[in-house]
Write a protein that binds this ligand. Structure first.
Ligand code: ADP
Length: 618
């Protein structure tokens, strides 16, 4: 009968997710229904959008609905919609692969994690459809794309393969039949063929879905029932909506299984009227920094959904927020192209940005612990906002940095300024790959001895951030690894310069291919030497990052600074023409590189020099 049946393998990632689902210890198995209803609701939304330009897609079948039907005897449950449906190619592409960026990496990390974190992690990819396999041992999907003649039948027992054949379906949309696992009365799982069970699940998770969810009874005497109220949650007064309702709504629009960290509802009244319901996810989405990531809020105009991912409603550095905006002022037919220039959208974006930044500030003040948690997830993306001229001050006040003051607690710039010593000239920082790497850098020594706090900018974006933040509240931000240390001992150094001039000249001559200057410095107290760059030049950390990304460095020559009080520098002062100088220069240079966390350019040369010096010393 079905001659055109083709069998396919699930993509490796999809297969792993499926395995996790089938064997999952996830106790809330009932959420499969929420996921399938969400997909049905999305398919109806998509149909509505496409029909804006092609009304024939809807045609006479104009009541957009979701149906649930159960058959206790056959132990099946069917969820149907008359939405956009899928073509054969779409079925193969969408069901059977996981296209989300970062999935592979996530699955990799899953292997090392305990199973409790599994559910939080798994929630991040939007594995909605696969959750059906938590309750079914076989799933059949029958679908017909709006505007197409042919239907497609997809089937799988979740065993690594699926089949695709031509199907027969007279109306557009998708119908998913679950062949439910055997029901055991003593197991803690409900019988999903019972109406009251379905009723309870829909009420709990999907009440706000904008299309009727109709229960069609198997028993023909029982009338069909609409199970959801369809009330848009953001139009209801906050006091009347329970936390659980907000959470479920968040999960519906975000496809995240985890609960949101924060829920904010804002309302603007007066000349223009709009409201917003925003959520901060509890974890940064996997694709937050991928170009393929899909962001943006749901845009409604007077309760009608206009766009699912409207990116224009928030600046890019707030793209981690999920939620909806409903405006009374926009035309219903506002087009994507026009959005960017639309006066109302610009106005909403300004308003929302202010509301969000105010809320973050309040959270930082009154619930610091939660704020620190939020920062750990979204700090990096908030830092991108440093280029937003209008909000720069507000944003920089929100930024947290690691600092030498307290290893446990990040600091704001304001707190830093409050702790500054009276004679301290600037806000000092050092960039690097990790706290551990910079904490032990020789560049910090004198600053530490003077009790000056140093910020550790150890996030890759901090290099760029530092360039955009020349000062804060009138205090300059200054890298401890750049320019002259300026620690108030410049006069004494000047005097010593002549004393050491033979040594500095000889060292520069020896290391000329790598250095542009050798000078004395007040930066060091216990180390003999370090390498610095001029103000305005790329830091060694940036140089290393460029090398990783582009395979090349800026190849700038650096400056070597000597500690005139260090024993070995003092000893070498009068032996600048000694034959040991060659090896001494090599070892000193290598030492300085290693101490700041850089790599030796010529390890063999360094090693040989070390051995020769040791040979003489022993
Ligand atoms: P997600 O919904 O998070 O994208 P799913 O695994 O639930 O992940 O679904 C994968 C894709 O399959 C969806 O993005 C959609 O394109 C398609 N799909 C799922 N269910 C339906 C449906 N009822 N109608 C049309 N397309 C659907």
């Amino acid at each position: 009968m079905t001659t055109n049946m083709e069998t396919f393998q699930f993509q490796a990632e999809a297969r792993q997710v499926l395995d996790l689902m089938i064997h999952s210890l996830y106790t809330q198995k009932e959420i499969f229904l929420r996921e399938l209803i969400s997909n049905a609701s999305d398919a109806l939304d998509r149909l509505r959008f496409e029909a804006l330009s092609r009304p024939e897609l809807i045609g006479p079948d104009e009541k957009l609905e979701i149906w649930i039907e159960s058959d206790p005897k056959a132990r099946t449950l069917t969820i149907s919609d008359n939405g956009i449906g899928m073509s054969r190619d779409e079925v193969i592409a969408n069901i059977g692969t996981i296209a989300k960026s970062g999935t592979r990496e996530l699955l990799q990390s899953l292997r090392d994690k305990a199973s409790e974190t599994l559910t939080t992690l798994i929630g991040q990819f939007g594995v909605g459809f696969y959750s059906a396999f938590m309750v079914a041992d076989r799933v059949t999907l029958l679908t017909r794309r709006a505007g197409e003649e042919k239907a497609v039948r997809w089937e799988s027992a979740g065993d690594g393969t699926f089949t695709v054949t031509e199907g027969s379906k007279f109306t557009r949309g998708t119908s998913i039949t679950l062949h439910l696992k055997k029901f055991e009365e003593d197991a803690e799982i409900d019988d999903f063929t019972e109406r009251w069970v379905i009723e309870r699940i829909v009420e709990r998770y999907s009440d706000f879905v904008a299309y009727p969810i109709i229960y069609k009874s198997h028993d023909s005497k029982e009338p069909d029932r609409t199970l959801n109220s369809m009330k848009p949650i953001w139009t209801r007064p906050r006091s009347e909506v329970t936390d659980d309702e907000y959470k479920e709504f968040y999960k519906h629009i975000s496809h995240d299984w985890n609960e949101p960290m924060r829920t904010w509802s804002f309302r603007a009244e007066g000349r223009s009227e709009y409201q917003a319901l925003l959520f901060v996810p509890s974890q940064a989405p996997l694709d937050l920094f991928y170009a393929t990531g899909k962001f943006g809020l749901h845009l409604y105009v007077r309760r009608v959904l206009i766009m699912e991912h409207c990116e224009e409603l928030l600046p890019p550095y707030l793209r981690f927020l999920r939620g909806v905006v409903d405006s009374a002022d926009l035309p219903l037919n506002v087009s994507r192209q026009r959005l960017q220039e639309d006066r109302h959208i610009t106005q909403i974006r300004k308003w929302l940005t202010k509301k969000v930044l105010d809320s973050l500030e309040e959270m930082q003040k009154n619930e610091n612990e939660s704020y620190v948690r939020l920062w750990s997830q979204f700090g990096r993306v908030l830092k991108e906002g440093v280029t937003d001229f209008d909000n720069k001050d507000k944003l920089t006040a929100l930024y947290l940095f690691e600092s030498s003051n307290d290893p446990q607690k990040p600091t704001t710039l304001k707190e830093y300024v409050g702790r500054m010593k009276t004679d301290q000239g600037a806000i000092y920082f050092l960039t690097g790959p990790s706290r551990r790497a910079v904490e032990n850098s020789p560049h910090l020594e004198a600053f530490r001895d003077k009790g000056y706090e140093v910020l550790f900018l150890v996030d890759p974006v901090d290099e760029i951030l530092a360039q955009w933040l020349p000062e804060f509240e009138g205090k300059k931000l200054k890298s401890v690894g750049k320019g002259v240390a300026d620690l108030g001992e410049e006069k004494e150094l000047k005097e010593k310069e002549r004393e050491f001039s033979k040594l500095t000249t000889a060292l520069l001559r020896k290391l000329e291919d790598r250095l542009k200057e050798v000078r004395l410095s007040s930066r060091l107290t216990s180390s003999p030497a370090c390498l610095v760059v001029s103000e305005g030049e790329a830091s060694p950390h940036l140089d290393r990052m460029l090398k990783q990304v582009k395979g090349e460095t800026t190849q700038q020559k650096r400056i070597m600074e000597l500690n005139p009080n260090h024993e070995i520098i003092v000893k070498m002062r009068d032996r600048a023409d000694d034959s040991v100088l060659d090896d001494f220069a090599e070892v000193l240079y290598g030492y300085a590189l290693l101490a700041e966390g850089s790599e030796l350019q010529e390890p063999t040369k360094f090693n040989h020099a070390v051995l020769r010096i040791l040979g003489k010393a022993i």
